[in-house]
Design a protein around this ligand. Sequence first.
Ligand SMILES: Cc1cc2nc3c(=O)[nH]c(=O)nc-3n(C[C@H](O)[C@H](O)[C@H](O)COP(=O)(O)O)c2cc1C
Length: 234
Amino acid sequence: MNDFSQLVQSRQTTRDFNATEITADILDRILDDARWAPSWSNTRAYKIALATGETTKKLRESYLREFDAFSVAQASQTPPDIDGDYDIFARYPEDLRERQVQVGVDLYRHLGIERDDTVARGKHMRRNFEAFGAPVMGLVFIHRDFLPYSALDAGLMLQTIFLSAKAHGVDSCPLGVLAGWRRPADELFDIPAEYALVTGFALGYGTDAPVNQFRAAHPPLDIIPERHTPAQHA
Ligand SMILES: Cc1cc2nc3c(=O)[nH]c(=O)nc-3n(C[C@H](O)[C@H](O)[C@H](O)COP(=O)(O)O)c2cc1C
């Protein structure tokens, strides 16, 4: 396998980090690599907020408060007070739902968590909101008036961060769940009104906890077959 294939296949979503800080030099190098990501008309229609040290602590605490309030609301069947820019709880399109369910089933099976063990599932879910203990937390914002290109560009940038991180020995975790809430971001960062929170992410050093041995399925790309008969136009 060539070096790039090896790098790209060694990146995985890490769901347990130790407390080792990433040095400012390594973090700078990762961010510097990310500026080389391609972008629609070179607009780079995204921004990131990065939390390290004390700021990570505050962001983590704030997200944990939101999750705990959400859990209480769910338990008492009252509407949760969520204020995200996008509805991360919306039902997935039918053709994608099976994949969404599958990764959850596979992960919980790997962790030995039964389907109806809501306590253990809640405990695992809560760890997302503390970024699985990572020392660096990031938030990705996209220009609201430049979709879908802003989201596309942000994705290219984020994968560049993850791959550069891996090349520097740093593990990563995308954290879409954080996009369910804006308040924690607004408390700590001055975010321009035209930018919407699309996902969070975490960087740090993975532990050897069993959760980090989990490997999601990576089937071949869906390639649309070529038509053998011309399309009929009305
Ligand atoms: C935008 C985005 C958001 C994600 N959000 C979460 C998340 O909130 N929590 C989580 O555990 N995994 C999250 N993931 C990780 C995916 O579940 C993971 O990428 C997928 O299952 C493939 O596994 P791999 O990254 O280990 O190869 C997210 C991935 C992406 C790209």
